[in-house]
Design a protein around this ligand. Sequence first.
Ligand SMILES: *Cc1c(COP(=O)(O)O)cnc(C)c1O
Length: 370
Amino acid sequence: MRTGMTAPAPKPWIAAIAPYVPGRATADDGRRVVKLSSNENPLGTPDTAREAYRGAATELERYPDASAAELRAALAAHYGIEADRIVYGTGSDEVLHLAAGAFAGVGDEIIHVRYGFAVYDIATRRVGAVPVVAPDRDYATDVDAILARVTERTKVIFVANPNNPTGTYTSREDIARLHAALPRDVLLVIDQAYTEYLDPEDDDGALALARTEPNVLVTRTFSKIFGLAAERIGWGYASPAIIDAMHRIRAPFSFGIGAQRAAIAALDAHDFIAASRDHNRTWRGWFERQIAALSNHGLRAVPSKANFVMVLFEGALTAGAAYQALMAAGYATRWLPGQGLAHGLRITIGAEADMRAVAEILRTEAERAG
Ligand SMILES: *Cc1c(COP(=O)(O)O)cnc(C)c1O
């Protein structure tokens, strides 16, 4: 007879997971606030994507195409890649989980950077692998620190480029150098959730590497510049063998028909995407200058290539106090003490009026604190 446990016990590596904390949309009292905490697009969703989504309302009784053939064909045409080398998931979050699940297990190691995307730690622990944390270089990805941590047990490396929550960018040379120095049986995942926000000259070369190399996976999402976070659509591109392994363990129906139609339409929303990029570049630059003007109060912005800025508070005004002041004024930002960033706030680049208001509140609070 079995003895002992009185209830099912989660595996110890599952019990060790710190749950993902989503960006807030409400204050403690339930008031809705302006959400600058999840890097959503302040310009909304392309009209054409909204219409395509509505068009699916007559087909709600049907399962979607499990092979996402139309979406893969659209992605292939848009990016000049092979449709049969694309995997997709319920957000790129699922694609990241698939990468860990297909290539790592109990006792294996997965490397990510110290100030990295919170999902990497969860995806690693979920499969019983050990997260190995590579220190940063002034908040940016340090390729040499990653390489120094590669062991016989390393199976996967997660690098976001640009990185979240820091906004830092890893150059094409550094990505190539990282890949060149890795054993060929280590999967290098380049998470390009914010790649559409980059200036054209900033191609990090990862998609080209994924085309020719057997151990590179690039992940992308429709949640950020394409304005479709609600519909949970992400995808990845890699060698046929990597894609095959990931397909074996994905959910059979990753996202709905409306999501798929909306994503296809969003790919062609060139004006919307250009306007989103322009708005972001303009107001990110403006906001970074406002923070630079507060350097005598100990504020500084980590240089960002994404649609958010990590502001560091190294003077009398603390990040926690700034977070509270912004929340009280109706602005939710992302304070990440649990990720070793008790001294930083990640602030999404929102609408003009909101950026002006946030900058003004930070100036007032910094001056008050001394
Ligand atoms: C937002 C984000 C994603 C995308 O998440 P989805 O699941 O596609 O919404 C992936 N990686 C990073 C680094 C992100 O910031």
